[in-house]
Design a binder for this molecule. Structure first.
Ligand code: AMP
Length: 531
């Protein structure tokens, strides 16, 4: 039998494993760790909840612990790319716990948080960087991070990154890596574009599959209930009641449905919180914490929002609607039965959704017979019924009130149109944002930073635009926007930093000029203070 000791991991890493309470390696860990330690490129086909994070993090931590030199400022030894912020945060938590004694320097680069601390971390250099694609590319483009000394890269949940439109970003990141490197690709499913990516970037990879591809873990009890579309809301209440669900995730296809179900459940007296990309980072963290602490029994989540949910004892998953993409079914039901526990997946399927069910059966190789659901006694609550309160939300409201008092949120609430879909608030006008992130989020990308690999749409040139009064510095001519238009740039938009602008040092030069200006007494905006 394989034990962690027999894998010959570095002693300090082994102590981290013991502290994490892992008594023996999971099957994917037992197979993948020796291959990664031998320096091979690997494809890990593994289900969510199988312990795949440990399978790639442990050998990387081992190498970092054995190495004498760090990568140095602006560099990292190892890089993990994950599709969502939640998943990236979960990987960081895991890596920090496992490296408690080996003390690797770990940095997290994700969207939705300030650039300042991330830039500072990059300036110091990191042993291991864990990032979402959009923010990673921001840092690469700005020159704050270089991958020239990175010798191992992990593309985690590569199939999900592809679903979210990050395939071009993955290719861009791979192209920024040195020729001599080790590449690990982890995926739950192996669609053609991922196989192509693997054949383009991996060298003679070992393929490791611990359970049949796309097959949800055997321990999950799966039921599909035939319903009429109009009965769907009642059917949800019936399922919660009949299965006595006290730790479950309800999946919806849209954020709007997630919000409306949160309201329905709470009007029916069941504490629930919605989790999707229109929620702020704070709201999402509070919802996850409340769920982890069992303060709310139900989360209502969209697919992408749920990707990073790693709660060991989720007993039930409900597919309120059948997912449009069969792979999503595998990911959804994989939220339960984690770390060796039991789980139940319940799906509501209207007649129009039967082709989707067929796709799922084809993909998983499972026969999922249709069952009838008893709806008697499941009545919808009164439309005006007041929803049951949830503490986590109260805390959020209180925070907002406090912010308003401090004058931070005094402005009217952001409307749906100007609120970015990934929950990233636009930088305040007065704040200096050192990287000028371009926020263009792919439709499906609820939670992570945008794909920046595509060119921006050019704004209309407006050579006649009047400069704003007071928007120039003393002793310098006012900008009319004309010179910028002539130079082929969009007035007001700064050129990208090195690379695409044709001015490789542009970003740093601007940074230095700004620093000089600051030292000459210009008042700092809040963003600058942070950076
Ligand atoms: P993952 O598939 O990496 O998301 O891991 C799923 C869960 O299994 C996480 O909560 C891990 O902490 C846990 N886990 C990972 N490896 C082991 C192990 N060897 N023994 C027990 N639990 C583990």
């Amino acid at each position: 039998m394989t034990t962690f000791q027999s894998l010959e991991l570095n002693g300090a890493v082994l102590r981290g494993v013991e502290r994490a309470g892992y008594s023996e390696p999971t099957p994917i860990q037992a197979k993948l760790i020796p291959q990664v330690m031998a320096g091979r490129d690997c494809i890990g086909l593994s289900q969510t909840g199988s312990g795949k994070t440990g399978a790639f993090i442990l050998p990387i931590l081992h190498k970092i612990a054995e190495e004498e030199q760090s990568a140095g400022p602006g560099h990292c030894c190892g890089l993990v790319v994950a599709p969502t912020r939640e998943l990236a945060m979960q990987i960081v938590d895991n890596a920090r716990a496992l490296s408690k004694f080996s003390m690797a320097k770990i940095a997290l680069l994700i969207g939705g948080t300030g650039y300042g601390p991330q830039i500072n971390a990059m300036k110091r250099g990191a042993d291991l960087v864990i990032a979402t694609p959009g923010r990673l590319i921001d840092h690469l483009d700005s020159g704050y991070l270089s991958l020239h000394r990175t010798h191992v890269i992990v593309l985690d949940e590569a199939d999900q990154m592809m679903d979210m439109g990050f395939l071009p970003s993955m290719r861009k990141v791979m192209q920024a890596m040195p020729e001599k490197r080790q590449t690990l690709l982890l995926t739950a499913t192996m669609p053609k574009p991922i196989r192509k990516l693997a054949s383009d970037f991996l060298r003679k990879p070992v393929e490791i599959e611990t359970s049949p591809q796309s097959k949800p873990v055997e321990r999950i009890e799966q039921h599909v209930f035939t319903i009429k579309s109009r009965d769907r809301r009642r059917a949800l209440l019936a399922l919660v009641e009949q299965y006595g669900i006290n730790r479950g995730i309800v999946f919806t296809r849209t954020k709007r449905t997630a919000d409306s179900l949160e309201k329905l459940l709470r009007q029916a007296g069941i504490k629930a919180l919605a989790l999707h990309g229109d929620k702020s980072k704070g709201e999402r963290n509070r919802a996850l914490t409340a769920f982890k602490k069992a303060e709310v029994p139900l989360l209502v989540a969209t697919d992408i929002a749920a990707r990073g949910i790693d709660v060991d004892s989720v007993g039930h998953v409900i597919n309120y609607e059948m997912p449009h993409v069969a792979e999503s079914y595998v990911h959804r039901v994989g939220r339960t039965a984690r770390a060796g526990k039991e789980g139940v997946a319940l799906s509501l399927c209207a007649p129009a959704e039967q082709p989707l069910l067929k796709d799922i059966q084809r993909l998983t190789g499972l026969k999922l017979p249709m069952q009838q659901l008893r709806l008697d006694g499941a009545e919808l609550p009164d439309k005006d019924a007041s929803p049951v309160a949830v503490d986590a939300e109260g805390a959020g409201r209180q925070e907002k009130r406090l912010n308003r008092k401090r004058g931070k949120a005094g402005a009217p609430a952001q409307g749906a149109a100007d609120r970015p879909r990934d929950g990233v608030r636009p930088p305040k006008k007065s704040a200096w944002n050192p990287i000028r992130a371009r926020v263009e989020v792919p439709d499906s990308a609820d939670l992570t930073a945008p794909d920046l690999s595509k060119p921006l749409k050019k704004k209309k040139k407006s050579g006649t635009r009047k400069p704003k009064v007071g928007n120039h510095r003393k002793g310098q001519p006012r900008s009319t926007g004309l010179s910028e238009a002539k130079a082929g740039r969009t007035p007001g938009r700064k050129p990208p930093r090195n690379g695409s602008s044709g001015n490789p040092s542009g970003g740093k030069m601007r940074h230095e000029a700004r620093a000089k200006r600051d030292s000459q007494g210009r008042a700092k905006g809040p963003g600058e203070a942070a950076a």
